[in-house]
Design a protein around this ligand. Structure first.
Ligand code: B12
Length: 424
């Protein structure tokens, strides 16, 4: 089949992420014998023109659309990001009558409401490398698609009676030739790379357990290094490990750093760390293998709030991690998430003072927490009447502890005014 895969994300908030998930789905689809074209709408001024011209040239049999973001996750200035996707679907419909299939992280958090809102034909909830080729095969043969794991059809619940999360060793790594940039030389491009899926930490507000599962699956270290070496050969030398927690499990992280060091690839990389579980040996290996910057999402400086968020670390461990990273010259981006259940003016001040004392290179402050389905936060919000029992949460809803509203905004603006390393 001729398969057109469109990455609908055109947001440059925070950074420009290349469409990693769609690249992996494209490789799996190609490996299954189909002809694939990947179209990234990032940076395009005229989506309608671009999409229509590719459809006219390629005449695809199927169109897959990747939906990464539903919204910008900002309580004060919320932006809902699905309307441009609706327009892209209208363009596809205007130039083609083939099935339109949705997938992606944002889509998979809200499969039924997103499919309904966008009016596409089929959705694939969760990882696409196995389900999408199975779906294409069934469409080609005219077979029944309703039993495929993760399939979502209009008006029906997702087929998830036994969603199997495949071992990563059976799944392809991204192909550097499919990135919509010629090579990384001289550009501010950090190639997203994933070595693990799943997170066992179950933070009270996080959507990752629902997306990736709670047991960690790993690509074999040799495959990761080979995949990165292929990118280096193609001219890329900067990588962003998108794993939820680069340092977990600790032995895998060390083995990966060792293998990168042995391969002598001379790369630079960034990653996301879980604040506890970081030791001197790992940080030494990280820096030696090219780590230059980490995101340290400690979220609060109050022990009470850390417990409420279901964090498995203490402020002492955050401080220890931060000092170790600083000692080894790794840039530290810190994150505070203010307004959780139980938050008070005192705990906010405690967090601000704690964060300031870490002398981070950058601190991002978020007020109000986006409520995701299937989380403890959603249960609390429902019990407190913050959201109604029927709310599917596709339209962004936020939790902000009672009584903080105006005070929090004013306090943060005043606090940030003489701290240029902070942003919201
Ligand atoms: C790493 C990450 C980041 C990094 C990105 C770094 C980089 N270089 O890419 C940083 C920190 C910069 C970031 C920023 C943001 N992020 Co972010 N990010 C993630 C994270 C943790 C992993 C994304 C990833 O790369 N996954 C790995 C790939 C392989 O998986 P995937 O893309 O999901 O693709 C798979 C499936 O979805 C599916 N699939 C994908 N496309 C398609 C298409 C079809 C047709 C099919 C069938 C299947 C399919 O198959 C793929 C392979 O299995 C996710 C959470 C998560 N666990 O997924 C959040 C997430 C995607 N981010 C999210 C958000 C909100 C943001 C920000 C808006 C936050 C902000 N205000 O700054 C920005 C937006 C950035 C932008 N410009 O778009 C939300 C999106 C949900 C929402 N509310 O909109 C998520 C889901 C986290 C959450 N809160 O729930 N992010």
């Amino acid at each position: 089949m001729k398969v057109l895969l469109i990455s609908a994300n055109s947001e440059s908030i925070n950074m420009v992420p290349l469409p990693l998930g769609l690249n992996c789905v494209a490789v799996a689809t190609r490996n299954a014998g189909h002809q694939v074209e990947l179209l990234d709408l990032m940076g395009s001024a005229d989506h309608d023109m671009l999409v229509s011209s590719v459809i006219k040239r390629m005449l695809p049999d199927v169109i897959g659309i990747s939906i990464r973001n539903i919204d910008n996750q900002v309580m004060g200035e919320t932006r809902f990001l699905l309307n441009p996707v609706k327009d892209i679907i209208s363009t596809c419909r205007a130039y083609s009558d083939v099935p339109i299939i949705l997938g992606g992280a944002g889509f998979s958090i809200f499969p039924e409401p997103a499919l309904r809102y966008l009016g596409a034909d089929i959705g694939v909830c969760g990882e696409g490398e196995v389900a999408f080729p199975l779906l294409l095969d069934a469409l080609e043969r005219g077979g029944d698609i309703s039993g495929i794991d993760g399939i979502c059809l209009p008006g029906r619940a997702v087929q998830d009676s036994c969603i199997k999360r495949p071992p990563l060793k059976n799944l392809p790594l991204p192909d550097p030739a499919l990135w919509p940039v010629a090579d990384g030389v001289g550009q501010d491009i950090w190639i997203p790379f994933q070595t693990r899926r799943g997170c066992a930490m179950k933070c009270s507000y996080c959507s990752t357990p629902a997306l990736e599962g709670t047991s960690i699956r790993k690509h074999p270290v040799e495959d990761v290094v080979e995949g990165i070496a292929r990118h280096v050969a193609a001219g890329f030398d900067r990588f962003y490990f998108v794993d939820n927690t680069f340092n977990l499990p600790n032995d895998y992280a060390k083995a990966l750093c060792d293998a990168l060091i042995d391969a002598g690839l001379n790369i630079k990389w960034r990653a996301i760390l879980y604040p506890g579980f970081l030791d001197r040996e790992l940080v030494r290996k990280m820096v030696k293998s090219g780590c230059v910057e980490v995101s340290l999402g400690f979220e609060s400086g109050s022990e009470m709030i850390l417990r409420r968020l279901n964090k498995r670390y203490t402020t002492a461990q955050v401080r220890e991690a931060s000092e170790l990273l600083s000692e080894f010259g790794i840039r530290r981006m810190g994150f505070l998430l203010l307004g959780a259940p139980g938050e008070t003016r005192e705990s906010v001040m405690e967090s601000l003072e704690f964060a300031d004392s870490l002398k981070l290179d950058m601190l991002k402050l978020t007020t109000g927490i986006r409520i995701y389905p299937e989380t403890e936060l959603a249960q609390i919000a429902r019990a407190e009447g913050v959201i109604s029992p029927e709310d599917d949460l596709l339209s962004p809803r936020f939790y902000l502890a009672h009584g903080l509203d105006e005070w929090l905004g004013q306090t943060i603006s005043a606090w940030m005014s003489d701290r240029p390393y902070c942003c919201t």
